[in-house]
Design a protein around this ligand. Structure first.
Ligand code: HEC
Length: 128
């Protein structure tokens, strides 16, 4: 049989394992909440509040008015509207075949971000 000291050590080890497992599941729950598409709000996506800052973060470094890659400007409403309405914005961010995948040489944008951009385009790519 185990002596009392060994029992305590065994109990502490078990507790530590339990703690690690429960902490692990807790953090993955949080991640799901953050990226869960059920809570992705695609209602009334605003150009000023969402689209413009997203372009600034991921696209404008290559598509600014000063030196636009491929002549495409994502940094202004007028420029972005062109590729929004001709289908290239959604095609490129969703990596659809026939389009150059954007942002170039970087991972696909998070799904909720792409859904919001798509919803904005479907609502008419308004300057809202
Ligand atoms: C590192 C530079 C770079 C970044 C960042 C970048 N692009 Fe591009 N983009 C390019 C280049 C270069 C081209 C033209 C060459 C090509 O089509 O591959 C292009 C082409 C495009 C096209 C035309 C695609 C087609 O199939 O005709 C669209 C639309 C576009 N970009 C939108 C975006 C959007 C939206 C973002 C941000 C999510 C973005 N780009 C980020 C460099 C970039």
């Amino acid at each position: 049989m185990l002596n009392p000291k060994a029992k305590i050590i065994a109990a502490i080890s078990l507790y530590m394992v339990f703690l690690l497992v429960s902490l692990g599941s807790c953090s993955s729950d949080n991640e799901e909440d953050l990226f869960d598409n059920d809570i992705c709000d695609t209602e009334n996506v605003s150009y000023a509040d969402f689209i413009a800052p997203t372009m600034q973060t991921f696209c404008n470094s290559c598509h600014s008015a000063a030196a636009p890659s491929s002549g495409i400007i994502t940094a202004t409403y007028e420029g972005l509207k062109v590729v929004a309405l001709d289908g290239r914005l959604v095609g490129s961010i969703n990596h659809e075949s026939g389009f150059s995948p954007m942002p170039q040489s970087q991972p696909k944008l998070q799904e909720c971000v792409r859904l919001k951009i798509q919803a904005w385009v479907e609502d008419g790519a308004l300057n809202n």
